[in-house]
Every structure is written in C-alpha cells, then in structure tokens.
Design a binder for this molecule. Sequence first.
Ligand code: PEP
Ligand code: MN
Length: 337
Amino acid sequence: MVVILNDKASEVQIADVKKHLEDYGFQVHESRGEAKTILGAIGVNPGFDIRKVKILDGVSDVYRVTAPFKMASRDFKSDDTIIKVGNVEIGSNEIILMAGPCSIESEDQIFRLAKVVAESGSKVLRGGAFKPRTSPYSFQGMGEEGLKLMRAAADEYGLLMVTEVMQVSQIDLIEKYTDIFQIGARNMQNFGLLKELGSSSKSVMLKRGLAATIEDWLMSAEYILASGNANVMLCERGIRTFETYTRNTFDLSAIPVVHDKSHLPVVADPSHATGYRKQVAPMARAAVAAGADSLMIEIHDKPEEALSDGPQALLPADYLTLVQELKVIATAIGRTI
Ligand code: PEP
Ligand code: MN
C-alpha cells in the first residue's frame, strides 16, 4: 500500500500516520522528496480496509499495490485455468458455445431448441428452471420438472447443461441434474450461496452483478475458490449504466481486463448485455474478437410466445449463421470453435 501525505502535512501528522500503520501491522518505509512525503506500507492483509488510512489527518491519497483477491489472481496462478466438464474444456484454445432458451417452458420447447444447439455444433445447452424475475408476477420457471426435461433434452442431443441456482436450498436438487451451476447477476454477492458452491464438485459460472466493478466480481469468485471449488468461470452479461437504447451496457473491455488480472476463463453473454435481438450478433462477434473463452446466447424458435426474454432471443436460423461468422473470427485470432 502506498500512502501519499499532503504537501502541508506536519511532522506530528506524519508521525501519527506512521504510528497507525505500524499499529495495523505494517512495515513502514518512508520516502521524502522536496515537497512530498510518501509512506510505503508492506504486509497488507487482503481484507484491510484502506479507508482507515485515507481518513487520517495529513493523508492525501492511498493506493493498494496488490489486489485484494488472491486465488483468483494471475499472480497466484500464471497459467490459464481450463475447466473440464465432460468432454468439453472451457478456457482452452477452443471457444465453447452455450445456447438455449432463457427459460425451460415445456418438453417440446426444450427438445426443439436442444436440437438446434446440437446442429450448430454448440456444446452446452442453457435454460433456466428457477428464474430471477424483476416482477413477482412474471413466470418464475418450471422448477424440478424443468430440470428433468432439460437433462433429458441435453442427453438426447449429447450436450452439457448450465442452469441457474438462486439460493442455497436449491443446490442439492439442481446438482442432481446440471453440469454447470449458473449464479445470476442478482446473486453475485449472495455470499452464502458462493460459499456453499465452494464445496460442490460441479463447476460454477459466475455472472457479473448489475452494478459490480470487475474487482467486486473477482472478489465473489474468490469466495468460491477459497471455499474449495477451483472450477469457476466468469460471465460478463452487461452492467447498468445511464444508456437506455440497450438493456444493459456490454462491458467488452472486461474480457481483456479479467484475462490480465485473473487466470479464470471468461464467458460473454451478449443476450442479457444488449437485450435486443438486433444487437446480439454484432456483440457476440465482438466478444470473440475480444478474447472470450465461451459465449452464452439465448435462442428461441417462437420468441413472441417466449415466457421470458423473447425480444433478445435469436431465431434458430440467425443463430446458425452467427456460429459460422464466429468461426471465421476465431480462426483470425488463432482459436477454434
Ligand atoms: C439468465 O441467464 O437468463 C439470467 C437471468 O441472467 P442474468 O442473471 O445475467 O440476468
Ligand atoms: Mn434470460
């Protein structure tokens, strides 16, 4: 941690700041320039709240030099994490496509869409059985019946499946069916859920919260890693901004930032990030170009009848075209799909 003192800080204030730092357990190194005094504080506990130093008299600024996350960081593990789920590897040179409806709606619907997903060469079927809806009056998902149908559809077409878990009490049930747990944006900081999934043998896809910084997001991943589950992938699904022409703002730059700061694979979700069918394919192409390790895309063959997120669902034919385009982009950057 670097502590910069005010140009006008008195000797008494400087001594007081040093005393506080030592009392907090830091080793302090002082460096004096013409006008500025800078204190280097070594031995920062990752959980230390730097505001404790920012508020001291005479301090003008405080910077952390080391990230507050450990196990999620590139410094902890320099090689990319490759998550093996069945015969699929997420985080390797191959970009893994995940697609399916927002919600599982019926046996017929999930089987029809699983067929499209398999035909496109995508490896993972997505779909929600427990849905986090903004309104309590909206469709809440089919529950266990939906999980059964989705598992059967995935098996029929040789696909893996990813589905959302919203609360601790659902873990045991969902674990019986799914290959990958999805933690939705609204639950990114449901710390009880994060800790509990730390003891699962199944991998976890952690979506970025609506108003979460990349650091908040990596700290949430840290909870799962520190609780014992190393198979965590991060999913950028757009963040809340002042923009209204998109449902959310797709933070494409989060992809290279996470790759720089962390070894964990990054999934991009251009469907929730944009919210409108027209915007999904361009942002999916951009996500591959930006280095996403996997894409998760919502599709529906009758989007006007969809029980959730119909306006952002790609039609099967458009999805098939998009996959062909993504393959070209992947080749251009030395990857495969
Ligand atoms: C979803 O994947 O359908 C979903 C609800 O996602 P998010 O948590 O990103 O809103
Ligand atoms: Mn959705």
